[in-house]
Design a protein around this ligand. Sequence first.
Ligand code: 5AD
Ligand code: SF4
Length: 442
Amino acid sequence: MSETAPTKRLYIKTYGCQMNVYDSERMADVLAPLGYGMTDSPEGADLVVLNTCHIREKATEKVYSELGQLKRLKAEKAGMTIAVAGCVAQAEGEEIMRRQPAVDLVVGPQAYHQLPELIARAHRARGERLAADFAPEEKFDALSTERRPSGVTAFLTVQEGCDKFCTFCVVPYTRGGEWSRPPDAIEAEARGLAEQGVREVTLLGQNVNAYAGEGGLAGLVRRLAKIPGLDRIRYTTSHPRDMDEALIAAHAEVPELMPYLHLPVQAGSDKVLRAMNRAHTAESYVRLIEKIRAARPDIAISGDFIVGFPGERDADFEATLSLVREVGYASAFSFKYSRRPGTPAAAMPGQVAEEVKEERLHRLQNLLDEQQRAFNGAQAGKTLPVLFEKTGRHAGQLIGRSPYLQAVHATAPDRLIGEIVSVRIESSARNSLAGTLALELA
Ligand code: 5AD
Ligand code: SF4
């Protein structure tokens, strides 16, 4: 990595999931040796990268409107290069080039390690499009396992892609088939992070619990838990199908594995689950959650939901509400079904009217909000270990995370950033907890 001072300004805007956050960081890493240093505004930047998301129509549309604004900035700044990366680049590269001539290059999620070369080419002749083949191993071979983390928590990609083909989802097409990084490379990256003060890693994958390296995800977690300084491990996101006994046992036995699990169910009606090609039923999901809770009783469960999938009737939606009531979620993400070109569900009969989706989403979110408040409220009076990550908005305040991924505010000195400290929880809101340090500090 170059130690020279940056001479060019790089602005990266990240949309979508945590894997895009990881990818953006790695793009900055590969561009640093070329003299690019990060800036937090696109104005005056030499290189602007939009790292895009294709999951729903809205996310995709945002990219085109952002590009319209960048076009004006580019007109004012000679030599600005605009690159579109991520899943929209992969899915609609040619369309981007056609619709927005200000774009200099598009690069898919498996090819961003080639950015330096592409930028050089784009500077010679405009209009490069790199069609990324799905070759994540090439990308990871090209990326160094050395990183410069910016805080005490970090994301670490261990798996990419998806072979599940849920009928609503573009991921198998934009990110390709399931692929797992070798454990040695992951461990090297994790050790490097820990040596630089990272206390918590979140292992990322589109189907992270399908991690196929030796020992599976459970084996990887046990291995990483031995790294000195690395005290907290999380992983996201998982499919119910791949939640095996070994991983459930790890939740019972590995103290570093945090008691929080994002396990999307999407819907509570078996008819809808079948049409989604989810390969599980509402019942089998609920039983699975029971098993996980038997192993780790305090585990916080989070999920993803889609309302208004084609063919979803009122009774199907009611089944989703009753599944939510039965499971009890600590947090959740819920979405209106978005018709994605090229996916099987886009062509299914029984597309649901927008107002119906709207109304169902509202009802579901009310219930999920209520559950989240109840979960947060139940922490009051408890003492929780909090990893402090950064200063808060108020003077003298720090913000950290509980084991259950709740944001926790407390009055505490800055030197506790990066420390795991006992905090007595005094109050809660929908999105956070507040407390005081449980021990008088010397
Ligand atoms: N419409 C709405 N939500 C979707 N998701 C994936 N595809 C779609 C779609 N076409 C949601 C799922 C998934 C999350 C990442 O995004 O709930 O778990
Ligand atoms: Fe999409 Fe389903 Fe794969 Fe998740 S498991 S990425 S929802 S196809």
